[in-house]
Ligand binder design. Structure first.
Ligand code: C5P
Length: 299
């Protein structure tokens, strides 16, 4: 196999937070949270090929292709950690909306770490990769494994959970991107019982008997997101008028998701498409991984 034809193509998932509870503001400016992360079958595609230096291109979204991009920082961070040159070309094809609270960029970063470990044939231990992932962003470690997980700390401390079964996750694309930092900055209230919904859902998933989503589906960032983003507030007003199964903002927004039974999903998609004419709607299921190999040639 000649080096020039080596190629690794992967898909990286999106996520929703089935619960997202804010516990406290930390001295380092971050927030301790409790959350049940759920990877979903909505994917970006990343292709890694040989190159004399680091090159990055993005299709499907307007994103910087330099050190401001998390894929770039993942590649340079891993190369520095392993003591190799960051020589690779990365082509990203975005489907997951940017700034939508679906973790697309975090998934791209985690996928880049995992893929380049293979592509550059590095012996970096899993714990080192997880530490580097947490440096890149609070949600990045989750995507190294994906599936469903209980998150603590600032989101980087993860305990795997059985997947939520019996529900489709119908996702409504954001009207506009929302800045995660700005939403956290607008967070004022910490509920006294914050953390209880995540613990309840985790216990129920382990027991294989999950109560109705109304009893645990919470997002403490929804109120601050609606307070700072007129589009989030407007979306919420529309959603409240619709006849829908339980729904919530995804992460810090501005995407929304509806938990529908398989029998309800088609009607939910039709309702959202009618109410939000120009917006993408995806009918997804929970994903068991955070990234997966689509094609491997000589890697
Ligand atoms: O970790 P990440 O870079 O994704 O976080 C983006 C911003 O979101 C942080 O700069 C911080 O303002 C906020 N954040 C937070 N608490 C968390 C995660 C993120 O305050 N647990």
């Amino acid at each position: 196999m000649s080096d020039a034809t080596r190629c690794l193509r992967i898909a990286t998932a999106a996520k929703v937070n089935l619960t997202l509870e804010m516990l406290r503001r930390r001295p380092d400016g971050y927030h301790d949270l409790a959350s049940v992360f759920c990877a979903i079958e909505l994917w970006d595609e990343l292709t890694f090929t040989p190159s004399p230096d680091l090159r990055l291109s993005v299709q499907g979204a307007h994103l910087p292709c330099d050190e401001r991009n998390l894929c770039w920082r993942a590649a340079t961070g891993l190369a520095a950690l392993a003591g190799v040159r960051p020589a690779v070309s990365i082509a990203v094809r975005k489907q997951i909306p940017v700034g939508g609270g679906l973790g697309g960029g975090s998934g791209n970063a985690a996928g880049t770490l995992a893929a380049l470990r293979q592509f550059w044939r590095l012996a970096v231990p899993a714990a080192e990769l997880a530490r580097l992932a947490a440096e890149l962003g609070s949600d990045v470690p989750f995507f190294l494994h994906g599936g469903t997980a209980l998150a603590a700390g600032r989101g980087e401390q993860l305990t795997p959970l059985p997947a939520l079964t019996g529900y489709r996750v119908v996702v409504l694309a954001p009207a506009a991107g929302v800045s995660t930092g700005a939403v956290y900055g607008a967070l004022r209230d910490f509920r006294p019982a914050a953390g209880a919904a995540s613990a309840t859902l985790a216990t129920a998933l382990r027991a294989g008997a999950v109560p109705a989503p109304e009893t645990w589906l919470v997002n403490d960032l929804e109120a601050p997101a609606a307070a700072i983003s007129p589009t989030v507030a407007a979306d919420r007003a529309v959603l409240q008028q619709l006849d829908l199964p339980p729904w919530r903002l995804s992460g810090s927004g501005g995407s929304w998701f509806v938990l529908a039974s398989p029998a309800q999903a088609a009607a939910v998609v039709a309702t959202l498409r009618a109410a939000f004419a120009d917006r993408a709607v995806w009918d997804t299921s929970p994903a068991t991984v955070g990234w997966r190999v689509l094609e491997s040639n000589g890697v």
